[in-house]
Design a protein. Structure first.
Length: 290
């Protein structure tokens, strides 16, 4: 049963504007509505906020704590969808699936230049081992035994396949780096010039977390130099103004596509099943209030 239908069954009235802000006791949001202190003050009777998806950077959680407003998110609900999406992008990049299709559409049949690289030959480094990092690691087990994981706030999770390492060890050994962290002051521009310089090997960069986790200019510089051999990006630093940027004749996004890069429009966690699972996850957390 959907979140919406359950609320209706409980006798809630659902509104899609702030016309009834004064009487509203709950807010359901995804990733576009920023709920800072100023906006939340318009909801004096607010009891809860349900965030479809992961990442609480759009919600002023400190203000909510002060006001006794409960807030929940649904990171587990999207984890499998994101992990599958990342696997699809990475395998597509390694085996030139996307680029060779475009070549065929242009009337070119090129085999030698599209010789693939097997994932089993690569060491994959994951930064962040929450729901999505774990889901991806479980899928990677099928393809490679060389999986490194760094998580600043979690330890004791390593096994015969998942190697728990320091950030420095990951930067020294990884051929592929994939980010699975929330966006906060610590992770903003995590992949910057210093991180890039610390990578010992030419590598593939994957970002399905938040656009501002990785600096686009640094990515472009790495692609130009060849130190970044490819990138799988579901999110971009420029995402908030993407419609305007794409209309400009020369922009970073279009330049990315001139290299070995796969871009998708922030859809990794946007599967049909993920929406259902997120709804169930939110309901389970809010059931006592509802």
């Amino acid at each position: 049963m959907s979140f919406k239908q359950t609320l209706l069954d409980y006798g809630y009235e659902l509104v899609y504007t702030n016309d009834k802000a004064q009487s509203s006791i709950g807010i359901i949001t995804s990733n576009k509505l920023v709920l800072n202190k100023h906006s939340l003050q318009h909801f004096p009777n607010l009891k809860w906020i349900a965030r479809l998806g992961s990442g609480m950077e759009i919600i002023d959680t400190a203000y909510c704590d002060q006001q006794g407003i409960r807030y929940v998110s649904s990171p587990e609900g999207i984890s499998n969808s994101v992990a599958e999406h990342v696997m699809g992008m990475l395998l597509g990049l390694l085996h030139h699936i996307h680029s060779s299709q475009h070549q065929i559409q242009a009337g070119q049949w090129i085999r030698e230049a599209n010789r693939g690289v097997e994932l089993a030959e690569r060491t994959v480094g994951l930064i962040g081992y929450g729901h999505t990092g774990q889901a991806l690691a479980n899928k990677l087990r099928v393809f490679t035994t060389n999986i490194l994981v760094y998580d600043k706030y979690k330890t004791g999770f390593g096994d015969e396949v998942i190697k728990e390492v320091s950030l420095e060890q990951l930067q020294q050994q990884a051929d592929v780096v994939s980010f699975h962290v929330p966006l906060n002051d610590e992770t903003r521009m995590y992949y910057d010039a210093a991180f890039y310089s610390a990578m010992s090997k030419p590598h593939i960069l994957i970002n399905s977390a938040r656009g501002n986790v990785a600096d686009t200019k640094v990515i472009l510089s790495g692609l130009k130099s060849g130190q970044i051999t490819g990138a799988c990006l579901d999110v971009l630093e420029e995402e908030k103004s993407i419609d305007k940027i794409l209309k400009q004749p020369d922009n970073n996004v279009q330049e990315l596509l001139t290299y070995n890069v796969i871009l998708t429009p922030h859809i990794a966690g946007y599967s049909y099943r993920a929406i259902e699972k997120m709804s169930a996850e939110l309901l389970a957390q809010l059931r006592d209030i509802l």
